[in-house]
Design a protein around this ligand. Structure first.
Ligand SMILES: Nc1ncnc2c1ncn2[C@@H]1O[C@H](COP(=O)(O)OP(=O)(O)OP(=O)(O)O)[C@@H](O)[C@H]1O
Length: 254
């Protein structure tokens, strides 16, 4: 078996037509085998949603891609610019919004105007001088998105970024993510528990189960997708079935 590696590389140089590639990647914590020889390739600009029951290694997969974890075996190729947005916005309370967007970057005139432009893109330019504590949950998460965008990621990792938001704000965030994606075209890997969110946003859904890829399916349905579209209904039933959930719980059996 080859030694495990994580390599940051120019996508076109080593990964061919891929923004990220995992080859035979395994990861265990003690006796718990979390990922078992996973193969996964994400194309440049592709939006992949990762679903799966709790504890199947979704977050571990993401942590391998952003380099916070090392694989036990296999090879991971990622581009140089990888950025993660988490469920909680992770803003520094002692810094104003603009400085949070600039976090970790030099405070040059160019970087500042790029940060302001990113805040404008997420509709928060008027909050540039606000403190994080004065923002709503949705606004704070938009700042987190602006902070990710300003780094111009080739691979954007989203770890349940909308899970803590109310339903209406979540729908607005879906629209915003659509627009940002259209403009910036990073490859995206979204970890979510929300099947409808995955179907609404992604080009492709990967479902993990017991450390392996149980389903890997492209969503060939044009946007905007409606939940009544028969192709969406079929896909939803298939995904719910894999999770062991009845798609029509109120329907009476004949
Ligand atoms: N640092 C760690 N040390 C030990 N065990 C860990 C660690 N991180 C994760 N695990 C274990 O690895 C397994 C997979 O965890 P992971 O967080 O990747 O799952 P997940 O699919 O993201 O779960 P959820 O949907 O509940 O967020 C779990 O059994 C978890 O307890």
């Amino acid at each position: 078996m080859s030694a495990p590696t994580t390599t940051r590389t120019t996508p076109s140089a080593t990964t061919g037509r891929a923004a990220a590639r995992l080859t035979a990647v395994s990861k265990a914590y003690g006796d718990t085998r979390v990922l078992d020889a996973i193969d996964l390739t994400i194309a440049p600009g592709e939006f992949v949603a990762v679903l799966g029951p709790s504890g199947t290694g979704k977050t571990t997969l993401l942590r391998l891609l952003n380099g916070f974890e090392k694989p036990d075996a296999g090879e991971i190729l990622v581009p140089p610019r990888v950025t993660t947005v988490y469920q909680e916005p992770r803003l520094v309370p002692a810094h104003r919004v603009l400085r949070n967007v600039l976090l970790g970057q030099r405070r040059t005139k160019g970087n500042k105007s790029a940060a302001l432009a990113a805040l404008t893109e997420v509709g928060l330019e008027r909050h540039a001088r606000s403190w994080p504590a004065t923002l709503s949950g949705g606004e704070a998460q938009r700042v987190a998105l602006a902070r990710a965008l300003v780094r111009d990621p080739q691979l954007l990792l989203l770890d349940e970024p909308f899970a803590a938001l109310d339903a209406l704000t979540r729908l607005r965030m879906h629209d915003l993510l659509d627009r940002l994606r259209e403009r910036h075209r990073p490859a995206i890997l979204l970890v979510t528990h929300d099947i409808d969110e995955a179907i609404r946003l992604a080009d492709r859904i990967v479902m993990l189960r017991s450390g392996s890829v149980a389903i890997d399916v492209r969503i060939d349905v044009e946007h905007p997708r409606t939940i009544t579209d028969p192709r969406v209904v079929d896909l939803r039933e298939r995904l719910l079935g894999e999770l062991g959930i009845d798609p029509n719980p109120t329907k009476e059996n004949p």
